[in-house]
Design a protein around this ligand. Structure first.
Ligand code: 5RP
Length: 234
């Protein structure tokens, strides 16, 4: 575990080096993105880097404020230069599963508003086939069982089966996102057709957002025992 955190810190710090003065930056969520936010805050403090950030969750907003990063919103600043965010899985085509922290709705909105999205991850997140990590779906509480049936149909039609469970907090209570919604975790084990599944899930009423990010990442920094490797354009 200690090594994984060191890898996360390494890519977080490297990613902070990609930010230049004047940039509007999307700030991801999760333990890897937190390293990035801290390293970016350090650059703001020590170099006087002038940037504004849009956080992808309340937790990231709180951390960014603590780190002295000026924040804005997508309403004030609808277009961003760069978003740096973590991922739960990334494949060779830079297709992602996100939402392990339940922030994938805001993360997707922020990434879609950015000219570039760079993923930062440790090497355990790189997979041949997406789906070992349970795919998170943010869903409305209203009609949840009906929504679940639509999701099961969509999944079956795209070669996916397995348990779909409502996410709980560690204390056993229902997990609720920053938007007040529930999360379903889909234990598909493998997703043979991520594009097809994503398109089908996009049509399910009551499903606010799924954690498949396809065609969104422009580059990735992956840290492992051999150092940092890159994918795509940085
Ligand atoms: C949160 C996310 C995170 O980016 C993802 O869960 C990775 O987290 P970590 O860096 O802690 O492994 O999608 O919704």
């Amino acid at each position: 575990m200690a090594d994984l955190d060191a890898f996360k810190k390494e890519v977080g710090t490297r990613a902070a080096g990609l930010v230049t003065s004047g940039m509007k930056v999307g700030l991801g969520t999760g333990s890897t993105a937190a390293h990035f936010v801290r390293a970016l805050g350090e650059r703001v403090r020590s170099e006087g880097l002038e940037i504004v950030g849009v956080p992808t969750s309340r937790a990231t907003g709180d951390l960014a404020r603590e780190c002295g990063i000026a924040l804005t919103t997508l309403d004030e600043t609808p277009r961003l230069d760069l978003t740096i965010d973590g991922a739960d899985e990334i494949d060779a085509a830079m297709r992602l599963i996100k939402g392990g922290g339940g922030a994938h709705l805001r993360e997707k909105i922020v990434a879609a508003a950015s000219d570039r999205m760079i993923v930062i991850a440790d090497e355990t997140k790189v997979v041949e086939t997406l789906g070992k990590f349970p795919l998170p779906l943010e869903v409305l509480d209203f009609g949840l069982t009906a929504t679940l049936h639509h999701v099961e149909e969509a999944a079956r039609a795209h070669g996916c089966g397995g348990a779909i469970e409502q996410r709980k907090r560690p204390d056993g209570g229902t997990f609720v996102t920053d938007e007040g919604n529930a999360v379903l975790d889909c234990h598909f084990r493998q997703i043979p057709d991520p594009e097809g599944l994503a398109a089908a899930l996009n049509t399910v009423p009551g499903l606010v957002e799924h954690g498949l990010f396809i065609g969104m990442a422009s580059g990735a920094l992956i840290a492992g025992s051999g150092g940092i490797t890159t994918m795509g354009d940085l």
